[in-house]
Design a protein around this ligand. Sequence first.
Ligand SMILES: C[S@@+](CC[C@H](N)C(=O)[O-])C[C@H]1O[C@@H](n2cnc3c(N)ncnc32)[C@H](O)[C@@H]1O
Length: 259
Amino acid sequence: LEFPEAASRVSEKPKINTTVYDELGDRWYTAYDDPVALLRAQSRVIEPWVHAHLLKALPSVHGASVLDIGCGGGLVSNALATRGYTVTGIDLSTESLAVAARHDSTGRVRYLSGDALHLPFPDHSFDAVTCMDFLEHVEDPAAVIGEASRVLKPGGLFFFHTFNRNFLSGIVVIKLVEWFVKNTPPHLHLKRLFIKPAEIRSYLTRANLQLLDLVGIDPVWSTIDLASLCSGTIPTDMEFKVTKNLGISYLGFARKLAQ
Ligand SMILES: C[S@@+](CC[C@H](N)C(=O)[O-])C[C@H]1O[C@@H](n2cnc3c(N)ncnc32)[C@H](O)[C@@H]1O
């Protein structure tokens, strides 16, 4: 290389912030002056959508086994457990897992510390796997999807929510949050790790997963008031909604094909 130093600078990409979750404690469930409030508002739409599709797609499976990869503080895992699913949550952040376990009203969720890239389960272990607001937190989402598919039973379902990569999503998901929500750390999200729907489609195909539905998730802008914006907090009743617009963020599910 003519300019090896320049080449190494180019390859020094910023890394996504993974330590922020360790420090949240019960703020996973209580904070409004933090982007985690957006995650809670989102999960109020995402989790019922997952439940509805599980009911429809696996009608004969009662108490289906669900693995929640990158479960964090257990927002999705704990809600699914209250509906009767047999839930396992896995995450790198042991601090978040402790919070998740404290907020598990069923006392039945199995919380494990582990890496999404090396899941500690045999092949064909689960009826469903969820990856919510997670795939954009890793450098190799295709490998995570491959691992998810490996641990799914044939016919099992893979659910995911992530962010599209374009100018608008960069503004809405990264810049607006940095500008208007207190306690937003640097590199909470990185635009380069956002994933275009076409990329997800190809990762799913490679992992033997057939896409069954893909919908957009947008904020309901009218639920965000000026007073909250000015105070750097998320309104307690902020809502997200399912839309046809995949431009900002999207939610989908796929079925694992028989081998
Ligand atoms: C934005 S949070 C999503 C939490 C949860 N899925 C939800 O929707 O509330 C991302 C989570 O991914 C976890 N994480 C990041 N990299 C991971 C990895 N390689 N394996 C397991 N968990 C990871 C972080 O610790 C964090 O809890």
